[in-house]
Ligand binder design. Structure first.
Ligand code: WTA
Length: 697
């Protein structure tokens, strides 16, 4: 099952290959109530009905004007979906539910402190609040359709409210995960040229209040370094009227939202009718180069895709209580906390804090109290809750009908705990494989129709035709036993439009590798390269092995090794740096840093400390490495290329292969002794720094 081995190492190469598992079937009770029980759906979404099959998703939305062309392939790979159609995403998630559901919960907010009351936002209240915020954005900030706004906020209801207010006006939101640093947010604000940034003053996390406002000051300063001026910073106060931050507000730049809003009480703002192809949002993610890329998602296709998949795969009905424990700052939160569930008139739970605060029973108490029946989380959270409270779920009287896992491969052992203990053998599980670039699920089982198989994502989702290619572009058939690169043969409505400001990067990253004919306007010549390794047994269930590029998936968060290495190199004592993935029991993978020093540096401990601080400030606490090693030299080829795969092999106790051809073979033995012999500088880690999908500060 070897994957190509070059100088670099990828996650897929260090994947653990578990054995094939038996199938499990959904209970008749689940099937009896499921949204999708008609087996003919597979035929409706067959290739011969592509792309018109996706009308079935688009028809779940309310359009101002119907589209004339479902898929336009005239400028590949810049596909256009539902061309000619007009709609507003906010209208679809809010206004259109008022007639039937105005008093129904849209969002249920659970604060981390247990004594704070639950805040239920009905559709009527959501409508009022979104309108008021939209009025602020339009009339106070002067923002218009097509402008960008960077939102750097924690998990509080004002986050989706602000996003929907942007969508109402056609303002392109760019949400940066709250746990990222101010530096990271500033860089993204500069890249998207956001004149306005939106913050919260602070939030609760693991029993403490995090002062978040300082990140705003850093972000604005950092954007300035990139020659970009942020004109206004709007600050939501976690408790209106009470400022949680120690930093001062900057006159003429910073404004408290609660104060500004007092001038816009009960303001109404008409939703702006947008072209289906107008961008809805940007979501930055790490890629192979140092700079994060802004994945640009379209309005019509994206919304149709997340609504359809939320209905068929998440099985959301308006009467369900659905809780996705991801952070809205990631794509999962955008698609499956905000846009998908709300477009269906669902009830979506928002939890502010860490799952293990104050103990590992918290998620199950919340589930019991709110009567949650659909639950959605990541393997990292599952592993962590299992480790810290394996029997906790049994103590609580909740009943999940459906559970999702997303973000990383899940090992069968963790899957079974999820099924037996968390799901009490009653909940159906979907293991959903997809990416920030994709908008929604790519591989998963249909919960009422397909059997589940622990450790496998499953077949392609409806209308998605995956394939595994080897390096030469030859298809590896099902049952070949060989691992290769998973690709999607066709476009789909949820695929990103482009990389913001980087159309060439978009083509090069995702389409160059397997494009059959750059002149062709036939989509069949343009397979999408996902940069994940996978195997396909004869049953057609894809098993994802992990990234094949320079991305490390830490607790479901993507970190680019190049980005981490560049950060290390800003420490003045560091001569060279290499970052590789290492298997971690809880987080799946973590980065390990290898550095060599410039001559004459003696205080290694201090430098290690500085490297860690630099990674945390330039990227965020999730970039905290599992270990930092200072080595005399990094293993290199004769042409001077750093052999990351040798380092990864050492870190993961794997065979380094033949190293005799290296320029400096002796250094491998020295490093081996350091890595496998002594205690490395292992940093404090534990459940307390794992938030929702992972570490966050
Ligand atoms: C990995 C998250 C195995 C994969 C939605 C992908 C998975 C990366 C799964 C995207 C899964 C996601 N099984 N691996 N069910 N889901 N991945 O962009 O390596 O944050 O490329 O999107 O996570 O991460 P991203």
């Amino acid at each position: 099952m070897a994957i190509e081995r070059g100088a670099n190492v990828s996650e897929a190469q260090i994947a653990v290959h578990w054995k094939e598992e038996e199938y499990l079937r959904p209970t008749p009770k689940f099937v009896g109530q499921a949204n999708l029980v008609d087996p003919a759906v597979r035929d409706r979404f067959k290739e011969e009905h592509f792309p018109e099959c996706f009308r079935e998703y688009a028809e779940l939305l309310t359009w101002d004007r119907y589209w004339h062309t479902t898929l336009d392939t005239s400028t590949p790979p810049f596909w256009k979906w539902f061309v000619g159609g007009r709609l507003n995403a906010c209208y679809n998630c809010v206004d259109r539910h008022l007639a039937k559901y105005k008093n129904k919960a849209a969002l249920i907010f659970v604060a981390e402190p247990g004594d704070e009351p639950i805040y239920t936002v009905t559709y009527q209240e959501l409508f009022t609040r979104v309108n008021e915020v939209a009025a602020v954005l339009r009339d106070f900030c002067g923002l218009r359709r097509g402008d960008r706004v960077t939102i750097h906020m924690p998990m509080i209801p004002e986050l989706p409210i602000t996003m929907l207010a942007c969508a109402r006006l056609g303002i392109i939101h760019s949400v940066v995960f709250g746990g990222f640093s101010g530096e990271a947010a500033g860089l993204r604000a500069a890249d998207s040229r956001s004149r306005v940034m939106i913050y919260a003053d602070g939030y609760h996390r693991n029993g403490k209040i995090v002062d978040h406002k300082p990140s705003a000051d850093i972000a604005v300063e950092n954007a300035e370094k990139e020659s970009h001026k942020v004109e206004k910073v709007l600050v939501w106060r976690r408790y209106p009227g009470q400022y949680l931050s120690a930093t001062s507000m900057v006159a003429g730049r910073d404004y408290f939202m609660d104060e500004v809003l007092s001038d816009f009480k009960r303001a109404k703002v008409d939703p702006v009718s947008m072209d289906a192809e107008d961008p809805l949002f940007l979501m930055y993610t790490s890629g192979t180069t140092g700079k994060p890329k802004g994945c640009q998602h379209r309005t019509g296709g994206y919304l149709a895709y997340v609504t359809g998949t939320s209905k068929y795969y998440q099985d959301i009905h308006p009467e369900d209580v659905y809780w996705c424990m991801a952070d809205i700052g990631w794509i999962t939160g955008h698609s499956y906390i905000v846009y998908g569930p709300l477009a269906l008139g669902g009830t979506s739970v928002l939890y502010e804090g860490v799952p293990t605060y104050p103990d590992a029973g918290r998620p199950w108490r919340i589930a019991e109290q709110l009567d949650v029946n659909i639950f959605h989380t990541s393997p990292t959270a599952i592993r962590m809750l299992r480790k810290t409270g394996p029997d906790e779920p049994k103590k609580y009287n909740y009943h999940f009908k459906h559970m999702t896992t997303v973000g990383e491969p899940i090992e069968p052992e963790a899957w079974r705990w999820y099924h037996e203990i968390v799901g009490k053998r009653a909940a159906v599980i979907v293991d959903t494989w997809w990416q920030t670039e994709n908008g929604g699920f790519l591989c998963t089982t249909i919960p009422a129709l397909d059997p589940m198989k622990p450790g496998s994502a499953g077949p392609g989702a409806l209308g998605i035709y995956p394939v595994i290619y080897d390096e030469e572009g030859k298809e590896l058939p099902a049952g070949s036993g060989r691992a290769g690169n998973i690709c999607i043969r066709n476009p789909w409505p949820g695929i990103m439009q482009t990389i913001w400001g980087g159309p060439d990067r978009f083509v090069n990253q995702y389409y160059r590798k397997y494009c059959r004919n750059p002149q062709s306007t036939d989509w069949r010549d343009w397979p999408y390269f996902a940069a994940d390794g996978a195997v396909l047994p004869s049953d057609g269930y894809f098993r994802i092995l992990g990234r094949v590029d320079d991305v490390i998936n830490v607790a479901g968060h993507r970190l680019g090794t190049k980005e981490l290495e560049s950060a290390c190199l800003t420490v003045s004592e560091v001569a060279e740096a290499a970052v590789v993935p290492v298997v971690d029991e809880i987080r799946g993978r973590m980065p390990v840093v290898y550095v060599s020093m410039k001559p004459g540096v003696s205080d290694e401990k201090r430098v290690i400390g500085e490297i860690i601080t630099t990674l945390e400030t330039m990227i965020g606490k999730i970039a905290r490495p599992k270990a930092v090693y200072i080595v005399p030299d990094l293993p290199k080829t004769r042409s001077g290329k750093i052999m990351r795969r040798v380092l990864a092999a050492l870190s993961n106790s794997m065979d380094t292969g033949d190293v005799t051809t290296l320029a400096n073979p002796d250094v491998v033995e020295l490093i081996r002794r350091e890595v496998q012999g002594e205690e490395p500088v292992v940093l404090k880690e534990g459940p307390e720094d794992v938030k929702q999908f992972g570490a966050n500060e």
